[in-house]
Design a protein around this ligand. Structure first.
Ligand code: ADP
Ligand code: G6P
Length: 359
């Protein structure tokens, strides 16, 4: 398998509703980790027609939790439950397999086929140094949650979610507005009951809201990166001065922005009872290259050199969110995960060395 002698994987959970930008985030993450991608990229996460939902590179494996659906689409018609209902998901198997992978063992993972709505022949998954579990419920089961080294929740506000769904399902897939709204309505009770509460458990929440700069503007986004304090191997990113409360309108000559303009902020917040630090970006920017100006004001970005964040944004310039805070905060999250991985593997290596020396 892809692990060095004695190495154990770190496990990351990414929770979000479908259509909330998980695939895009995975692209940003794998872009930063590098390595040759040997599995399907794009299309595998909830919307593809691949024979597998799993994305694998030398370093990372991304497992889609839809694979742990208990029943197939026909089966859900019989039970009359949605895929968001925990009763429709096999948490015992999910737990066993997260645990096995984390211990360095391979597993035989089911495959949920999104095109046919069937459960296909399981596939063998070998552990890699980083394993990402993304989907509806990575934090729902306490046993699975306990195995996660870091957890992220992508919180897309209802208005924005509807806009994105319209863009994808209406413009790209030909669905009607009525059917999109009906499907959101039908899912809402289970979403509120089982998916949304996980954000209270996440180490980082990326919250996407309509802009606060102009009440008439329904397109521009305000994005908050809510970072929990006291998470091991994770120091929150901050703007200018740690612990301060800051509002910043960048000089337009240095960061050009279309209407309604651009505003950044940094402040402490108690989020669902937890002490957090929030970095916020409201508005779009015209030119990704000018992000170096914002990058110069941020600390604890976990980049290896000044400009690396801007470079990562440029590498995926065509991806959704590359002109606003969604791309920026997702990139910030990706660097935090890389840093966490490097810190944890350095500790493991040191322990191994010490053990070898005393043997
Ligand atoms: P998921 O994998 O969670 O289903 P995707 O990454 O495929 O979500 O995104 C679903 C759709 O939502 C995209 O096709 C795009 O239209 C829209 N979208 C996602 N992220 C953004 C973003 N940051 N800005 C604008 N639109 C986005
Ligand atoms: C996956 C997605 C869910 C979606 C389901 C469709 O599980 O993650 O968000 O609801 O597929 O299932 P359906 O019952 O509509 O076939």
């Amino acid at each position: 398998n892809g692990l060095a002698e004695g190495q154990t994987p770190i496990v990351i959970g990414v929770a979000a509703d479908s259509g909330c930008g998980k695939s895009t985030f995975m692209r940003r993450l794998t872009n930063i980790f590098g390595g040759d991608v040997v599995g399907p990229l794009g299309g595998g996460f909830g919307n593809g027609g691949w024979e597998t939902n799993t994305l694998v590179s030398d370093l990372t494996t991304v497992i889609c939790l839809d694979d742990y659906h208990l029943n197939d689409r026909e089966g859900r018609k019989v039970t009359k439950r949605t895929a968001l209902d925990p009763e429709e998901n096999n948490f015992d198997l999910m737990y066993e397999q997260v645990k096995a992978l984390k211990e360095g063992s391979s597993v035989s993972k089911p495959i949920y086929n999104h095109v046919n709505g069937t459960l296909d022949t399981p596939e063998t998954i070998e552990p890699t140094p980083i394993i990402i579990f993304e989907g509806l419920h990575p934090m729902h089961d306490a046993r699975v949650l306990d195995l996660l080294d870091f957890s992220l929740y992508l919180d897309i506000s209802p208005d924005v979610k509807l806009n994105w769904k319209i863009q994808r399902d209406m413009e790209e897939r030909g669905h009607s507005l009525e059917s999109i709204m009906a499907s959101i309505e039908a899912r809402k009770p289970d979403f509120d009951a089982y998916i949304d509460p996980q954000k209270g458990l996440a180490d980082m929440i990326i919250e996407v809201l309509p802009t606060a700069l102009d009440p008439e503007d329904k397109k521009t986004l305000r994005v908050r990166c809510i970072q929990k304090e006291g998470v091991s191997d994770f120091a929150p990113c901050y703007l200018f001065d740690e612990g301060s409360k800051i509002e910043w309108t960048p000089a337009p000559g240095k960061l050009a922005s279309p209407e309604p303009g651009m505003k950044l902020a940094y402040y402490p917040e108690s989020y669902m009872g937890a002490d957090c630090q929030v970095v916020e970006m409201d508005g779009n920017f015209d030119n990704i290259q000018e992000l170096v100006y914002v990058e110069s004001a941020l600390s604890n970005t976990k980049t290896k050199f000044y400009g690396e964040m801007t470079q990562a944004m440029l590498a995926l310039a065509e991806a959704p969110g590359s002109n606003n805070g969604t791309g920026l905060m997702q990139t910030l999250a990706a660097f935090a995960i890389r840093d966490l991985y490097e810190k944890k593997s350095a500790v493991a290596k040191a322990a191994q060395k010490a053990a070898a020396a005393s043997a």
